[in-house]
Design a protein around this ligand. Structure first.
Ligand code: SF4
Ligand code: SF4
Length: 132
C-alpha cells in the first residue's frame, strides 16, 4: 500500500536520519514531495511511503517515538470553479507544485501531488479552495 504523510521536526530532532531509517530498517520506498528543514528552526517534510500496511504502522510508531509529529494526509484540496478567478495566488505558495497555469493562464490542480499543508486555502483571496 501507499500512504502520504506530513512530518514535522522539532528543532532538536533535525539531525535524526529518519528517511534513511524508514528505508534501511523498514524497507519502505519513499517519495519526498517537499522538505524544508533547518538546524535553527526544525521543519517539515511531505512524503509518500510504499510498503506493507503493518510495516508502515510500525514505521509511524517509530517516527512518533523519535519525536517527529506525523500527520496523515488522506485529505486533499478541491477548487470551487465558480469562485476561482485564476488569480494565481495559490501557485506560488504551494510547496508541492500542485498548481500550474496553462497557456490561457487557467489554474490547474494535480490533487495527487497535494500534501495537505493547507497553505493555499489561506492564500486564496476568493475562498475558492477547501480541504476535503
Ligand atoms: S488563489 Fe484561489 S482564486 Fe486564485 S487561482 Fe488559486 S484557487 Fe483560484
Ligand atoms: S494544501 Fe494546497 S498548498 Fe498545500 S500541497 Fe496541497 S495544493 Fe499545495
Amino acid at each position: 500500500m501507499k500512504k502520504k504523510m506530513f512530518l514535522r521536526f522539532p528543532r532538536d530532532k533535525v539531525m535524526n536520519p529518519v528517511a534513511y531509517r524508514l528505508v534501511k530498517d523498514f524497507g519502505l520506498i519513499i517519495n519526498i514531495f517537499s522538505a524544508r528543514i533547518t538546524a535553527e528552526d526544525g521543519g517539515h517534510m511531505g512524503i509518500e511511503v510504499e510498503g506493507k500496511e503493518e510495516t508502515i504502522k510500525e514505521a509511524i510508531a517509530y517516527l512518533k517515538k523519535s519525536g517527529v509529529d506525523v500527520d496523515d494526509l488522506e485529505k486533499h484540496i478541491k477548487i470551487d470553479a465558480k469562485k476561482c478567478t485564476d488569480c494565481g495566488a495559490c501557485v506560488s505558495v504551494c510547496p508541492a507544485s500542485a498548481f500550474s497555469a496553462d497557456k490561457q493562464l487557467k489554474i490547474n490542480l494535480e490533487t495527487d501531488k497535494c500534501i495537505a499543508c493547507g497553505q493555499c486555502v489561506d492564500a486564496c483571496p476568493f475562498r475558492a479552495l477547501s480541504m476535503v
